[in-house]
Design a binder for this molecule. Structure first.
Ligand SMILES: Nc1nc2c(ncn2[C@@H]2O[C@H](COP(=O)(O)OP(=O)(O)OP(=O)(O)O)[C@@H](O)[C@H]2O)c(=O)[nH]1
Length: 267
């Protein structure tokens, strides 16, 4: 305080409502991170970061500045292999039992167009969602994969064409051995009618249009195809897949979701 008196610390004071808080902290901090890249070793990107801890009922508030202090101590090193260190430090510095750290970031994959082979960077929104409770680290990798879907019903009924649209497939996985984002994207891209590319020349455009027409998929087909492919990977202990088709003939989306949990099944 400018008059030399100690500043009051309201956060530390007692709360009498006897209500513990499961998650309190900072949300949506923009921060540079480093992600392992299958083809280029490392990829630098900028994440939106959420950091939360639990707060016992007797405390009025958490110490918000400490979350940002911790993040800044890991400057240049906020990466998958440091998440557990960051979570441990959050728990310790905030006197909490549970810590949550979620980073959502754009990740870029260099793809070749199907015919011209023209190369371009395609953006995928990814997330690392980690939680440390006791000695258990829970980690979920999430990726949003945009694809084209073409409606089988529309194709069946129509003399010409079929309605088609951009769809977003959201996959989340828990696993035992490292999974590349690139491999997860490639797996999910097989589940729509056609993959998306940032750059298509005319020959490519003809190819993806015909590919989608030959490969019609309901939203149900998309999540079922993803289920089969993900369930075939022993390494994956849990997954969820959502598909949202932004229908071109409706002002609403078609949606489907599936989930498989093998944790505790001895596999
Ligand atoms: N707990 C809490 N703090 C908030 C909130 N909104 C803003 N803050 C501010 O977060 C700032 C930092 O608080 P602390 O982390 O306790 O700061 P500090 O006491 O200087 O730091 P420490 O000595 O490490 O506890 C304060 O200025 C708070 O007012 C809120 O909703 N809850």
């Amino acid at each position: 305080m400018s008059d030399g008196q100690p500043m009051p610390d309201l956060q530390k004071s007692r709360d009498h409502r006897r209500i513990p808080i499961a998650k309190v902290g900072v949300k949506d901090i923009s921060y540079p991170i480093v992600v392992q890249d299958k083809n280029r070793s490392l990829q630098h990107t900028v994440a939106r970061v959420d950091m939360y801890v639990d707060l016992p009922h007797q405390f009025k508030g958490t110490h918000m500045s400490r979350f940002v202090e911790i993040l800044n101590r890991y400057r240049e090193q906020v990466a998958l292999d440091r998440l557990e260190d960051i979570l441990r430090e959050m728990r310790q510095k905030l006197g909490a039992e549970t810590a949550h750290l979620r980073v959502e970031f754009p990740y870029f994959i260099d793809k070749a167009a199907p015919v011209s082979k023209a190369r371009s960077l395609m953006e995928y929104t990814c997330e690392f969602d980690a939680c440390l409770r006791g000695e258990t680290l829970d980690f979920v990798l999430g990726v949003k994969v945009p694809v084209t879907s073409l409606c089988p019903c529309s194709k069946e009924l129509s003399r010409f064409g079929a309605h088609n649209q951009r769809s977003i497939m959201t996959v989340k996985v828990r696993y035992t051995d490292f999974i590349w984002i690139e491999d997860l994207v490639a797996l999910i891209e097989q589940c729509g009618s056609s993959p998306l590319y940032a750059l298509l020349k005319r020959a490519d455009e003809k190819h993806v249009t015909e590919q989608a027409y030959q490969n019609p998929r309901f939203v149900e087909d998309m999540v079922r195809e993803a289920y089969l492919r993900l369930a075939a990977q022993e390494n994956i202990t849990w997954f969820s897949v959502e598909a949202e088709n932004f229908e071109s003939i409706h002002n609403h989306s078609a949606y489907a979701a599936v989930e498989l949990d093998r944790r505790g099944s001895g596999r």
